[in-house]
Design a protein around this ligand. Structure first.
Ligand SMILES: Cc1cc2nc3c(=O)[nH]c(=O)nc-3n(C[C@H](O)[C@H](O)[C@H](O)COP(=O)(O)O)c2cc1C
Length: 192
């Protein structure tokens, strides 16, 4: 696929089969993350890939533990791939995806969030090229805020001065690819 085809073929997928992705696919997706642009050329972001469905399910529940939907009334994200905003019965913030990459940034670094999402974008585009379904998920810090979360970070060897910014969830799509929403008009200008 050409790059623009990959960009247009990528969708946030929230319905996954039980099938795990191949280890080689995961490694290639992680490699794409390491080649993301990064502020100051410091390559500070870290990625921890959880390649274990039982653990991604546990983490997905932790991701939703403090989810506040009070300010979300009336909005919807996707009818074809409903999100936790759209469907309050979804209790796993990772939607049953069998692989989850947690992306960490240096807590006091001002570009930690930008760096992390650059990694995430590289990874989901590489995933799309491989036919792996993906979605970016937020609430990184909240997911690990509990004693259980902090224990996992210690177990994984995440340095004390790092905190989670976001996640990329990965798996095989269950059902059909969603349609592309029309692009909102008036978002682009070329000034000469
Ligand atoms: C910063 C950011 C945070 C996001 N957080 C979530 C999330 O927590 N849960 C979720 O289901 N989707 C999340 N998404 C995915 C968006 O909902 C999705 O990109 C958007 O609806 C557009 O759909 P598309 O990705 O299929 O084009 C996030 C995307 C971005 C860029």
């Amino acid at each position: 696929m050409q790059l623009m085809e990959i960009i247009k073929a990528r969708h946030s997928i929230r319905k996954y089969t039980e099938e795990q992705i191949a280890r080689e696919e995961l490694e290639k997706i992680l490699e794409a993350g390491t080649f993301a642009p990064n502020a100051g050329g410091g390559q500070r972001s870290m990625m921890v890939a959880v390649y274990n469905k039982e653990l991604t399910t546990r983490l997905g529940t932790m991701n939703m533990a403090k989810f506040d939907r009070s300010h979300l009334a009336g909005s919807y994200v996707s009818k074809e791939q409903p999100s936790t905003i759209d469907d309050p019965t979804i209790k796993n913030g990772f939607y049953g995806a069998p692989t989850v990459v947690a992306i960490f940034g240096q807590t006091n670094f001002m570009f930690r969030v930008a760096d992390a999402f650059c990694c995430a974008e590289n990874m989901i585009l590489q995933a799309t090229e491989l036919g792996v379904a993906s979605c970016i998920i937020s609430r990184g810090e909240e997911t690990f805020a509990s004693p259980e979360g902090r224990a996992l970070l210690r177990e994984w060897g995440v340095p004390e001065n790092y905190s989670c910014v976001c996640f990329v969830i990965l798996g095989k799509i269950d059902g059909a690819q969603p349609h592309t929403k029309p692009r909102r008009e008036g978002r682009v200008k070329i000034v000469e």
